[in-house]
Ligand binder design. Sequence first.
Ligand code: AMP
Ligand code: MG
Length: 417
Amino acid sequence: MVQLSNDCFAFGGKLMTIDEALRLIEARVEPIEGQEHLPLMECDNRVLLAPLYAPAPLPLFANSAVDGYALRGADLPQETERTFPVIARVQAGAPAEPISAGAAVRIFTGAPMPQGADTVFMQEDVRLEPDGRITAPAGLKPGANMRPAGEDIAQGAMAISGGKRLRPQHVALAAALGLTHLTLRRRVSVAIFSTGDEVVEPGGRRNPAQLFDSNRFMLAAMLRRLNCEVHDLGILRDDRAALAAALENAAGNHDLVLTSGGVSAGEEDHVRAAIEKIGSLVLWSLAIKPGRPVAMGVVAGTPFIGLPGNPVASFVTFAYVVRPTILALLGATPEPLTGLPVRAAFAYKKKKGRREYVRASLRHADDGSLEAVKFPREGAGLLSSLADTDGIIELSEDAEGVNPGDLVHFLAYPVLL
Ligand code: AMP
Ligand code: MG
């Protein structure tokens, strides 16, 4: 099946904004085929295939929200306190007998409401009489301290929408409804390569001009956080024919092929030429810093993404290009990255017309609010700038800079994956 069609690259502009790239990905990347029916314990962070309709109401039955005394709303003391005989006792997990008029039932949190009772007095609000009766004050509203059946989710209502990437709370919801398994999209399989004559395996032999591969480890870890099936295919030399052969082979066996390095417009950037030979490619010059050059292409229907080699550029473009592509391949509901406003504790100048990402840490200001401190250096190759910060600040295309005290949009690293 074709996940990405060639004609999706009709885009002719020079610098593409992130929003344009996102729209293109969301409109043109088709979900992969294939589903799995898995036990609930294995469903976290997977994508639900179709909407889930509640087969039962939640809660399943009306029950008490507190430890106390259940009675009929019609019997509630109106003007002055009133004394009730306690005719029964009902515990969580045990069935309840119907209540009779003018009586109270001792009840505990989670125990079913006796038929006819709709209100519960908290035990600390009543007075226990020496003869075992209780005296309750006036003023409680009918329905208080009781959880009606279906107040959380009505039977037949949509409990989880189709395409939702499940979080622990969604798995809990399915369990509460009595389900044992869910039908999920199969995981996306991703082939990952690093490219470049200067890149060697960590710990491997290197000449003085070579560096240890870090991108492959970072990108594989990012892919795994998105629950992809990652196939690490190593490092490719800057050799057009070898690149073309390896990428073509990988495209045949995977849902997505991901590389880093070699996508700028330099004459030693061979990934671009290799993809043009075996498929079609558009080099997106994204209006973004760091991360300008990103290649997206298609090889025999399989999407290809070539990220820039600089580690920080690779990281940021992963979040803005690879992540939405994977969500689209999963048929998942898009999860736009929205920064939360925090106060800038720094000054920064930027060019208009491109979006910039500044690595920053958060700290508590004197008034208790959060403020962002910019990492002191800016290079796109500085891994410490990612390692020693809490997230990135997104500065919009029209912004020309930041002044101390400005509200800026902060995205914590966990949000990006
Ligand atoms: P390129 O995108 O090939 O022009 O590379 C840009 C910069 O990123 C160069 O300094 C490369 O040495 C560096 N680089 C490329 N690939 C990797 C990698 N896998 N790990 C760490 N740095 C890399
Ligand atoms: Mg290179």
